[in-house]
Design a protein around this ligand. Structure first.
Ligand SMILES: C[S@@+](CC[C@H](N)C(=O)[O-])C[C@H]1O[C@@H](n2cnc3c(N)ncnc32)[C@H](O)[C@@H]1O
Length: 227
């Protein structure tokens, strides 16, 4: 896995853009929606104002420019050392570490929030429980973990995954499976919502998306839970 994404250290954004070109949407449309969702999650989950956040599987740090100023501190880690090098160059205010073992390179309870965007479908299913256990370990009691994943029921998502050169071995999981993984690893107050349904970031479109979030319609979903 590390080697696969090492190869995309310079053209990760182009590869994603190529896979979603048919939609007419730019990569940053998706990144902004995810950053907005994480910002809202902090408020809705009642996290205190100064949040120490960790992005697990952050890749080249594409999301991080959109999270500037959202958290008190932001750390990122990834199995791809080349991606981490690129992320550090792009985002000097974020702290990055490579994670070369299944154990994340952070202490117990080091973060208020840990999130992983489009990572779990690259982890072999046999390691999913361990991945969730590590997310839980590095979040303090009362903190929150969140995964953002492709919605396998959305045909346009399926097409994007089919067209994406680094998604050939991806194993998609639906929101029910994600909730079950959170439950099996001891998380509480597990919630999921689908988003990225409408091709607009206007407030009305976002409000409509929120109303439809329980239905498996949006291109992606977020599943979060308290430790
Ligand atoms: C599709 S990319 C997503 C990158 C970034 N999260 C984003 O949304 O732009 C998936 C990333 O997950 C990383 N990855 C895969 N398995 C991982 C694991 N077990 N721990 C940490 N990172 C992992 C890959 O190296 C890759 O950078």
């Amino acid at each position: 896995m590390a080697e696969l994404f090492d190869n995309y250290k310079s053209n990760y954004g182009e590869a994603v853009a190529g896979s979603i070109r048919f939609s007419g949407l730019r990569h940053d449309f998706f990144l902004i929606a995810k950053a907005d969702l994480l910002q809202r999650l902090v408020v809705e989950r009642g996290l205190r104002q100064w949040v120490r956040a960790l992005d697990v599987g952050c890749g080249v740090g594409s999301l991080h420019p959109y999270l500037e100023g959202v958290f008190e501190s932001l750390d990122g880690c990834d199995v791809s050392e080349q991606s981490i090098l690129r992320a550090s160059q792009n985002n000097p205010r974020v702290s990055y570490r490579a994670c070369t073992t299944p154990r994340l390179p952070y202490g117990d309870g080091a973060f208020d929030l840990a999130f992983a965007s489009c990572v779990v479908h690259h982890v072999p299913p046999a390691s999913w429980l361990d991945f969730f256990r590590e997310m839980r370990r590095v979040v303090r009691p009362g903190g929150v973990a969140c995964i953002i994943e492709h919605n396998p029921y959305n045909p346009l998502t399926r097409l994007a995954v089919f067209r994406c050169p680094f998604d050939q071995d991806a194993v998609l999981l639906n929101a029910a499976r994600a909730r079950s993984l959170f439950q099996q690893t001891g998380f509480q107050d597990i919630r999921s919502e689908h988003f990225l349904l409408l091709p607009s970031a206007r407030p009305f479109a976002r409000r409509l998306e929120r109303l439809l979030a329980p239905l498996p319609l949006g291109a992606q979903y977020a599943c979060s839970a308290h430790v």
